[in-house]
Design a binder for this molecule. Structure first.
Ligand code: SAH
Length: 345
């Protein structure tokens, strides 16, 4: 079986080429071609033809095909539905902010975490994405859109900490000086609360921003919304977050999708304040995106809740919604494509 060359680190690539009798600088050459988004070895024009042929025999270059591209007329948000080598589809979103263009990448095909409000998890998880497949979303979104990518958020389909080895390798690749050179401080990784993953990440002391999808500060509510809470409850989650902050010195961002009558009460705001004591957290309130398959409805108390947090010293922002006209929230486009596929459209 041929190897996925773009998932290799520069060191691995250099070693593999060394075994083929190539000098050390060859690794860098090939690495930078790959990270410029070439789709074939043919394009590596400073390599000899025999070497290109040998590489093509032992390796393949991953490159997804854009099967759908939607551009929001409201704010220029671009959403891609990519088809991968095995035919499965994933989504990537490009958002244009004043501070730079941000790409939101998927980390798995589907998701097995089962959150009640989320469209990505409806069909379960098909498989993990390879490091190259995560990287390609940034690479090809940049080349296709012509917009330089300066920030990356791992907030698309999938749970990054359910595929942590590949995600860590992706981070190394995308951060590499010979590659896309995205600084760790320009990367956010979001988790639904997989505590061992948070602890493992803490040990690496990366400068990225950890985002925790909280959605409820009490286990009774959180159990109903997020099955992961039955494995790692609110107490364990906050203990891991406090340790994460102590270890890395990095402020954690808490995502909180506001759901009518479920998690938008005053006592829940107060409980968040209490749980965050001793740690400079930031709460990002998200007006719930209506998912057709779900009975959960958006809250009408978003600004009241925000004020209640702020008045007690917890920074809280309301996330501006982008791409409202193009199904830009996670999992929605892939869901539609799957539905249409089922109907044979
Ligand atoms: N699995 C990771 C990465 C997904 S990030 C995680 O759970 O953090 C996507 C973010 O969007 C998460 O915070 C998720 O909880 C949130 N989300 C999912 N469905 C949503 C919806 N219908 N409305 C608002 N936010 C939603």
């Amino acid at each position: 079986m041929r190897e996925d060359i773009k998932s290799m680190t520069l060191e691995e690539l250099t070693a593999a080429l060394g075994q083929m009798g190539e000098p050390a600088f060859r690794g860098k050459q090939v690495f930078s071609w790959l990270h410029r988004g070439v789709r074939s070895f043919e394009e590596m024009s400073n390599l000899s033809k025999p070497l290109r042929e040998r590489l093509a025999e032992s390796c393949y270059i991953d490159a997804p095909v854009a099967v759908q591209k939607q551009v929001s007329r409201l704010d220029g948000t671009v959403k891609y539905l990519w088809q991968l080598r095995d035919g499965s589809c994933i989504e990537t979103v490009l958002m244009q902010y004043r501070h730079g263009n941000t790409v939101c990448v998927s980390t798995q095909v589907g998701c097995r975490m089962g959150c009640a409000f989320c469209a990505s998890t409806i069909g379960g998880k098909a498989r993990d994405l390879q490091p190259s497949e995560i990287l390609d979303q940034a690479l090809f979104t940049q080349s296709d859109s012509g917009l330089p990518v300066s920030n990356i958020v791992l907030m698309g389909i999938g749970e990054p900490m359910d595929n942590l080895d590949n995600v860590l390798r992706f981070l190394e690749l995308v951060n590499h000086p010979q590659g896309m050179k995205i600084g760790m401080r320009h990367i956010s990784l979001s988790t639904c609360g997989v505590v061992p993953g948070i602890r493992r990440l803490a040990e690496l002391e990366l400068q990225l921003t950890l985002s925790v999808s909280l959605h409820a500060p009490d286990s009774e509510t959180r159990n109903k919304l997020m099955p992961v809470n039955r494995a790692y409850d609110v107490e364990e989650l906050f203990a891991a977050c406090h340790d994460y902050f102590r270890r890395t010195g990095r402020r954690i961002s808490f995502e909180y999708a506001m759901i009518d009558g479920v998690n938008d009460s005053d006592w829940q705001a107060d409980l968040i304040v209490q749980k965050l004591r001793g740690m400079p957290g930031h709460v990002n309130l998200i007006p719930l995106n209506d998912v057709a398959e779900s009975p959960l409805k958006p809250s009408r108390r978003v600004s009241k809740f925000q004020q209640r947090l702020e008045s007690q010293g917890v920074t809280a922002t309301v996330r501006r919604s982008l791409g409202g006209d193009i199904d830009a929230s996670c999992g929605q486009l892939r869901r539609k494509a799957m539905e249409n596929g089922k109907k044979g459209l």
